[in-house]
Write a protein that binds this ligand. Structure first.
Ligand SMILES: C[S@@+](CC[C@H](N)C(=O)[O-])C[C@H]1O[C@@H](n2cnc3c(N)ncnc32)[C@H](O)[C@@H]1O
Length: 260
């Protein structure tokens, strides 16, 4: 009998993987074909990856904002947000931190950060107008307008409209898992400027220990060394967060720290 392939060695883009998966999950074939058709259409009609992914979010958020950020039920949306929040508080987030959340979505974790941080200290950015409208609904539902959070639509990750040496914490959950390397490179090239000396940036990514690959233009798999060495080239120290691995979440986490 052949050994099962560990998750981090799977290549979801390979034909063998797809055929095996289809045989085991026949109910997933139709949704996959629909996503493939959408992928083909959006590749042709979108000028770049951001436009492509914005269109994906538009379609997904119209069905359910919770599902669009990756949580099929409200209960899982709450649980996943709490997991991010608890981890970050355990790893140094303080109420007086000034926080930038990249790809804040509909504030799955963001509303907890806003509630915890001093007023005005949360800044969320996203490429999707549709999910930012859903983020406003979350703010209203959680009665957090008084904390004066900032929510801003962006077209890229140059962060050029934000001040230098301002944020002590930057957070991006399940964003680089949907990003080609050029987008991650742009982010790492610019985030150091807005971070204070000694400030840190935590991000999750879909990790592979095999070949780097992507599924459609939606899910991207990277080796840890690719991202840590990219961060080091941009002047950060980078640390793989081992204890995140123990949590029930499919992605891995890296913390990059600005020189003090
Ligand atoms: C899977 S959702 C996660 C949202 C949020 N971080 C959370 O944990 O609920 C990914 C989010 O990142 C946003 N996004 C994707 N690429 C982005 C980019 N290059 N810049 C900013 N936001 C991006 C998407 O629009 C979406 O809202």
């Amino acid at each position: 009998m052949t050994e099962p392939v560990p998750p981090t060695r799977r290549n979801r883009a390979s034909l063998t993987y797809k055929l095996r998966y289809a045989a085991k999950n026949p109910d997933k074939i139709r949704p996959y074909l629909a996503r493939t058709a959408r992928d083909l259409k959006l590749r042709v009609t979108s000028r770049d990856h951001v436009a492509y992914y914005r269109a994906v979010m538009r379609a997904d958020a119209a069905k359910s904002p919770e599902a669009a950020v990756g949580s099929p039920t409200r209960e899982r949306w709450l649980r996943l947000g709490k997991m991010q929040f608890d981890y970050l508080v355990k790893h140094g987030l303080k109420p007086d931190d000034r926080m930038l959340e990249i790809g804040c979505g509909n504030l799955r974790a963001g509303w907890r950060f806003i509630d915890y941080l001093d007023s005005g200290n949360y800044y969320g950015i996203d490429i999707s107008p549709d999910i930012l409208l859903a983020a406003q609904d979350t703010l209203v539902r959680q009665e957090l307008a008084g904390k004066l959070p900032h929510l801003t639509l962006v077209n890229d990750l140059t962060l050029r409209f934000l001040p230098s040496d301002h944020f002590s914490v930057v957070h991006a959950h399940s964003v680089f898992s949907h990003s080609p390397l050029s987008v991650i490179d742009e982010c790492l090239a610019n985030v150091g400027r807005v971070l204070v000396p000694g400030g840190f940036f935590d991000f999750t990514f879909d990790r592979t220990e095999g070949a780097e690959h992507h599924v459609l233009r939606e899910d991207f798999y990277y080796r840890t060394e690719t991202l840590t060495s990219l961060a080091e080239r941009h002047g950060f120290t980078a640390r793989f967060m081992d204890d995140w691995e123990a949590l029930p979440h499919g992605q891995s986490k890296i913390r990059v720290t600005n020189p003090a």
